[in-house]
Write a protein that binds this ligand. Structure first.
Ligand SMILES: C[S@@+](CC[C@H](N)C(=O)[O-])C[C@H]1O[C@@H](n2cnc3c(N)ncnc32)[C@H](O)[C@@H]1O
Length: 343
């Protein structure tokens, strides 16, 4: 009966789960997190409404919903009115905060990224093409190549995830970069990862490698070389190849091809490939991020070509088939793990 009672509560998050996402999107679009962040003291509803140009009673309903779920909290202003302040959760919705996911949330909420979800069941029944293609007539990478504004949203969203994961890599296993003289970040997006790694490990010469339309708008840097190309054709040579959130976009055969190209790019005697990706099905007791990995697997189904998140056994298959002689997997306090693979 306890399970029955729990089901009677949990089921509502399946029917209405999108509402939290939609209201958080609304809050970011209105600029609520940034307005509260730039105000030293608690900000009253009337001040917030006038700063943001909002209708106060509607804004009040948005705020009281968010406060219910610890996105913002209430604190009296110096005049004794109800004021709003940040919480750890709401700070992550600020555009500029260190661990912001604002860009990721806005990207996932675009009509372009939501449309493929309506094509998921047809794909599972093999009635339609992969969901993104069924919705848009081309895959995500071709879509982004032709739509600069969507490409920017995509790259900014990936940079959000990268900041969190790379921080965990730097703190969790800095020794991985000992003696790495040069590193090519394959599918490195706007270069956020390369910049973070080279800043922390200044002996590394960084190459940010991605599709030409992506690197052509990546920030210029004195320490990072941006190189455009196609990883299925060839990858710039370096002591180590780094792949983060790239292999999960592709099926096993495509992954094996990418890994083989990485292997060709590194020295056979002392090079390595560093993979930062989720490993599913390996939950530790205190690992509260596990649901994100399973969620990402569904996101790959909807958005990536034939991509998927992989179990240890599935990682073993692609790494062995690509010809790596050994590898090790290291857990870090983040969604992905770090896999070092040696030729
Ligand atoms: C999910 S994003 C990950 C970006 C970055 N590694 C990160 O973690 O923030 C995948 C990246 O792969 C790039 N990509 C897709 N196809 C590619 C190809 N054929 N050659 C090189 N890069 C490619 C995309 O442009 C995109 O930047």
């Amino acid at each position: 009966m306890e399970e029955e009672a729990k089901a009677g509560v949990d089921i509502w998050s399946y029917a209405f789960g999108f509402v939290k996402m939609a209201v958080a999107k609304c809050a970011i679009e209105l600029g609520i997190p940034d307005a509260i962040g730039s105000h030293e003291n608690p900000i009253s509803l009337s001040e917030l409404s006038s700063v943001l140009g909002c209708e106060p009673s509607r804004l009040h309903r948005i705020m009281r919903f968010l406060v219910q779920f610890q996105v913002f909290s209430e604190k009296p202003t110096s005049q004794g009115a109800t004021g709003y302040v940040h919480t750890p959760l709401s700070r992550r919705l600020m555009k500029q905060s260190e661990n912001s996911i604002a860009a990721l949330l806005l990207f996932e909420c675009t009509p372009v990224m939501l449309a493929p979800w309506h094509c998921l069941s047809a794909w599972v029944q093999s009635r339609e093409d992969i969901p993104f293609v069924a919705a848009h007539g081309k895959d995500l990478w071709s879509y982004a190549a032709e739509d600069a504004s969507h490409s920017k949203l995509l790259n900014d969203a990936m940079a959000c995830l990268a900041r969190t994961s790379v921080t965990a890599v730097i703190n969790g296993c800095p020794d991985v970069f000992d003696g790495v003289g040069s590193l090519v970040d394959v599918g490195g997006g706007n270069g956020t990862t390369s910049r973070m790694l080279v800043k922390t490990f200044p002996w590394i010469k960084g190459i940010n490698f991605d599709l030409p339309h992506v690197v052509s708008v990546a920030p210029e840097s004195d320490t990072i070389q941006n190189v455009g190309g196609n990883m299925f054709q060839g990858i710039p040579k370096a002591h180590a190849a780094f792949l983060m959130s790239v292999l999960h976009d592709w099926d096993d055969d495509e992954c094996i091809n990418i890994l083989k190209k990485c292997k060709e790019a590194i020295p056979p005697e002392n090079g390595k490939v560093i993979i930062v990706e989720a490993v599913i099905g390996e939950k530790d007791d205190d690992d509260r991020l596990d649901f994100v990995r399973w969620t990402l697997d569904m996101i790959m189904m909807a958005h990536a070509n034939r991509g998927k998140e992989r179990t240890l056994k599935e990682w073993d298959y692609v790494l062995t088939k690509a010809g790596f002689s050994r590898y090790n997997v290291r857990r870090i306090p983040a969604i992905p793990s770090l896999i070092e693979a040696f030729p």
